[in-house]
Write a protein of this length. Sequence first.
Length: 402
Amino acid sequence: MFFTTILLALRSIARHKLRSFLTTLGIIIGVAAVVTMVTLGRATTAAVQASIASLGTNILQIRPGQGFGRGGGGPRPPDFKAGDVIAIRQQIAGVTAVAAQAQSSGTAIYEGANWSTTINGTDNSYFRVQPWPLVAGRTFTTQEEQAGKSVCLLGNTVKKNLYRDADPLGTRMRIAGVSCDVIGVLSARGQAGFGGDQDDIVLMPLKMVQRRLTGNRDVRLMLVGVDQAYSTTRVQSAVTELLKERRGITPGKDDDFFVFDTKQINDTVATTTGLLTGIVTAVASISLIVGGIGIMNIMLVSVTERTREIGIRLAIGAVAREVLMQFLIEAIALSCLGGLIGLVVAQGVILLLVPVLKVSWLFDPQINIIAFAISAMIGVIFGYFPARRAAGLNPIDALRHE
């Protein structure tokens, strides 16, 4: 009897194909929107976190100022000194390496090709703090670092724009008016999750950049590697106190530098994208409620249209439970059909948007199962009242209905 009831419900849906499809449209849009938003949100978060992870783990960034910008419109805060680098390296427990950096920018030129890029003066501590494999060549020698030799390593973007498919090793190019020998090529990292091309860079010895490009011995940025056995929070606090002392910052005065844990970026990104995804998903979920109301409305209309049919079924021996089950199954079937179509539409939309957003396609079975389960639940919730109304009809009154 149960299978007969299911068959009757499906036949009723099949008799009105267009109306059935329009009834499920709200569910389709709702499920597709929810799955798309959640999947793309998680894919974006994963892409950003992977990009940040490429910078290395257990790293502290130390910059002048109170944030990544100058902030407040006031004078530029003073850069760090070479003594600050040595002090952190020698006095803070848990520090594995400190990479001092002096930064500039300029146009790189090679045989008629030119490319504007970032110049980063540093030493081999840079590669110990945040491992960055080379695809060709070598890093700086101790002699090159100490003497400030005019040698350089190219990021993948610079290499492509200057050399195309040619091998840059052993060639001599000009950058910011300075000739340098290319000794290595860095592996590709791609776009940073927080903006910027990590491969658009040229690495040169710190002393060379200070002497020939910046004109001073100041350090603009320090990267501090922290031992895995130590808490980055404690090391961050110790570094902050040390720099306050060295820069003469007394209690009550604002710091003119900031120490940033790269782990905080991961946490912030995860929290922010999770919040935004939740808000957008909640808005998209309204479509599911609208779709449920649409199903209830059509089912009520269907009960009115089929009142005489219901009366005949009740008169020839059908029990109210069977009538209720038939209409409830119709509502659930419509809702589940909408859910399935919505899942297919969602995957199609995701595949279209993935290359646009430049993220990887991630199939999340959990959100797909949850979305389908919710669509089925909506069929039960919004289909029960019309089904109850059909089962409660008086057979005599139903037979008199015109």
